[in-house]
Design a protein around this ligand. Sequence first.
Ligand SMILES: Nc1ncnc2c1ncn2[C@@H]1O[C@H](COP(=O)(O)OP(=O)(O)OP(=O)(O)O)[C@@H](O)[C@H]1O
Ligand SMILES: CC(C)(CO)[C@@H](O)C(=O)[O-]
Ligand code: BAL
Length: 292
Amino acid sequence: MNEDEAAGDPGAAGSTRLVTTKAQLRAERAAMDGSVAAVFTMGALHTGHLALVQRAREVADHVILTDFVNPLQFGPGEDYEAYPRPLAQDLDLVDGLVDLVFAPSVHEMYPVLPPTVSVTAGRAGTVLEGAARPGHFDGVVTVVAKLLQLTAPDVTVFGRKDAQQLAIIQRLVADLDLPVRIEPVEIQREPSGLARSSRNGYLSDAGREQALALSRTLAAVRAAAPSLAAIRAALAEALARAEIDWAYALALDPSTLEEIGPDHRGEVLVALAGRVEGTRLLDAAVVVATAP
Ligand SMILES: Nc1ncnc2c1ncn2[C@@H]1O[C@H](COP(=O)(O)OP(=O)(O)OP(=O)(O)O)[C@@H](O)[C@H]1O
Ligand SMILES: CC(C)(CO)[C@@H](O)C(=O)[O-]
Ligand code: BAL
């Protein structure tokens, strides 16, 4: 799909159709036979997103990808305006891989902004990323609830890079009895180990090098497992080295996102966040602790 096609007549090119209104989306969705998977993104697509698309293709007959930078999940002073919006490039990347791209305007998604009624993520939305970005997860669950209504998928695919987001969406679906299955996808990395992220584009070469502190810390954590004390020591050492401006490096219960105690046995979510050249980067891993 080329830029003119992308900007002009929706549905004109390739096998992938672009729709920008809820009415077009509903009509296209209603015409789909068989199962449907939805992949929700903020665009600026990279090969990490393509792994989500690939999984969606494996688990359903049809795939809908949404491409929308959701203003509700950005706080004052964050990068909402600066966030990249290369729609034509995004469409080229997924052309032929997904049935439908839904790329609405802000007004189409939110005729009233902020909406009068919204969804709240609860306590899990106030810790970690939510502590640094107040209201962020309320914005995420509100737009995800709307996108689930609009795309009515059987399955929805989320990346493990945004580990807290995945845990909160799992709660959204369970707590509101939403009829959709969630399919998590492993973190996709650059050959250097850096987790792929649209915001990596903000980094200089030196910044990308510095950002490897995140994946190196996860490598140290994996080497330390299954000893919980050794995992904690690896995290403490990374914080002390201060190679990046750490926000946190924590061992958490994967479902509650609470910090685990020394007696915890089983899966541990190691969640990392830090700033490099002013950009907040995330990384995460699930390891198993079977020993003190
Ligand atoms: N490297 C990755 N591996 C696996 N999933 C990913 C990766 N990057 C993004 N995703 C997933 O893609 C979906 C859409 O994410 P989003 O569009 O915010 O991309 P992003 O690269 O995470 O952007 P940002 O840089 O803003 O964090 C989310 O489910 C996210 O977890
Ligand atoms: C799930 C999401 C598309 C909601 O805007 C966003 O938070 C993201 O890209 O991870
Ligand atoms: N992938 C997380 C979306 C955000 O940072 O707003």
